[in-house]
Design a binder for this molecule. Structure first.
Ligand SMILES: *Cc1c(COP(=O)(O)O)cnc(C)c1O
Length: 469
């Protein structure tokens, strides 16, 4: 496995030497001691190679006798595991659920399980987990309301691969189609547009982060002669905003796009497993005129490796099913060649354990905690927004980059967010809130600094900067 410590040199050093953090002792002092407080500018050339502290070493000739390599590796792994555990505890900004236990699947590590090819066509390689894969897919088919004989799907490497697959089908069905995505859609959607050289129109969003259907209308009317390939953000990454499928379909109809002139892909990386469990929520359902849905497995469910699920209407798979690969004796209907055969087993295991009811409880808890966090931030005089049915609490960007890094807050411009995932506890959020309140007092005490204005990011009504208070 490649360990990517994607950080600048100095922070990298902190990672290595950071034993205080690891033990959880004196965390705040350890944090303050680092004078590092510069916003990371991501620019060309930033990804230059930095010295690596984990060079692979050739074993000594007498290594078997001394056991030096084993001992060295055990030491490194123990240190990193401590660090990873500590960092896992302080991840508030990234959509990962770390609350899982797959110990029962330990023996799988001795196997090379590979699901190359189409999940519904047995190939010649015998060590596969297609039965698990189809079990997982059937479970999602029920969730997203499509009959077993009407869907096609597979377990992917994550939400991005789902977008790559769904939008590829859209393009194969409509080679001259135009891709429409809101400007707050996930970055992978725009990467897809570049990779496939699709014409892509970025649609405006409202302050909440949802696609602005008035702007969509304008864009569609400008391109009436070309079919529409729509990307729906079912939960944007930054604001947790849910594009309204019904309103988009209505807009398409109003602009003169009949059903056979549009394709709708739903990017539901996180919310695909949340909305179905909320009674009040707009359901993700194939009863609506949608064509594909994808979700990530490592996000709401939580798995040790990135994975996801992609589901489409079965008739669409013919757009990709042109290639029969004799070599693997199956059809090349997926994006990847070899596919992770462990992932379907992990998903199968988690979904069996949790069931619809377990997930429902987790979703409800997340929303309760998200509301709690929002209320407490507001009480503390922090600009904050929480979309309805969302676990993504958006608020003013903290002034201290080390604070941001410590809590792993994901930031964009003047805003930051906390995503309340099932592994998060009220206690962790309280610690975070207490620290934030304490730090804010320091940042703003002499009046030289002022809380940033976030009216253009989350709306005037949510902004309590000096101008809008
Ligand atoms: C996380 C996310 C993705 C990408 O999913 P990966 O599993 O990280 O590839 C795509 N879309 C949205 C809306 C996301 O939040």
């Amino acid at each position: 496995m490649v360990l990517s410590t994607v950080v600048c040199g100095s922070t990298n050093l902190a990672f290595e030497l950071d034993h205080n953090h690891t033990n959880g002792t004196n965390v705040v002092t350890a944090k303050k001691e680092q004078s590092y407080n510069v916003r990371k500018e991501i620019a060309l050339g930033w990804n230059k190679h930095t010295p690596c502290s984990l060079d692979i070493k050739e074993p000594e000739v007498n290594d078997e006798l001394t056991g030096a390599t084993e001992a060295y590796m055990a030491d490194v792994l123990a240190r990193y595991t401590d660090r990873w555990l500590e960092r896992t505890k302080h991840n508030l900004g990234y959509q990962l659920n770390s609350d899982f236990n797959y110990d029962a699947l330990g023996p799988l590590q001795r196997l090379s399980i590979n699901n190359a090819g189409d999940p519904f066509i047995a190939g010649n390689y015998g060590v596969h987990s297609r039965d698990f894969e189809v079990g997982v897919l059937d479970w999602f088919a029920r969730l997203w309301e499509i009959n077993k004989n009407e869907y096609w799907g597979y377990v992917t490497s994550g939400g991005t691969e789902g977008n790559l697959h769904g939008l590829l089908i859209g393009r194969e069905m409509f080679p001259d189609g135009i891709l429409y995505a809101s400007k707050e859609a996930h970055y992978s959607v725009f990467k897809v547009a570049r990779m496939y050289r699709m014409n892509c129109v970025k649609v405006e969003t409202l302050a909440s982060g949802v696609i602005d259907c008035r702007d969509l209308k304008k864009c569609l009317l400008n391109n009436k002669d070309k079919p529409a390939i729509m990307n729906m953000a079912i939960g944007t990454t930054v604001k947790g905003a849910i594009d309204d499928i019904d309103l988009v379909v209505q807009t398409l109809e109003e602009c003169g796009f009949p059903r056979n002139r549009f394709y709708i892909h739903c990017d539901a990386a996180l919310f695909g497993l949340m909305l179905p469990f909320l009674n009040q929520a707009p359901h993700i359902t194939f009863k609506k005129p949608i064509d594909s849905v994808c979700v990530s497995g490592h996000k709401f469910v939580g798995t040790p490796m990135p994975c996801g699920v992609q589901m489409i209407r079965i008739e669409h798979i013919n757009a990709l099913a042109r290639t029969n690969v004799e070599y693997i004796a199956t059809m090349d209907t997926t994006i990847m060649g070899s596919r992770n055969g462990q992932a379907p087993v992990f998903l199968w295991y988690a979904l069996n354990r949790k069931g619809y009811n377990g997930l429902k409880k987790e979703v409800q808890n997340c929303l309760i905690l998200a509301r709690y966090l929002k209320d407490r931030l507001r009480e503390a005089g922090v600009s904050v927004m929480l979309n309805e049915l969302s676990n993504t609490v958006v608020f003013e960007r903290p002034q201290d980059e080390e604070f941001i890094r410590y809590w792993q807050l994901s930031c964009q411009g003047n805003i930051a967010h906390v995503i309340v995932m099932p592994n998060m506890t009220k206690k962790t959020l309280d610690t975070f809130l207490d620290e934030l309140v304490e730090e804010r007092w320091i940042w703003f005490k002499d009046g030289k600094n002022q809380p940033p204005c976030v009216a253009s990011d989350i709306g005037k009504e949510n902004c309590v900067c000096p101008l809008h208070i």
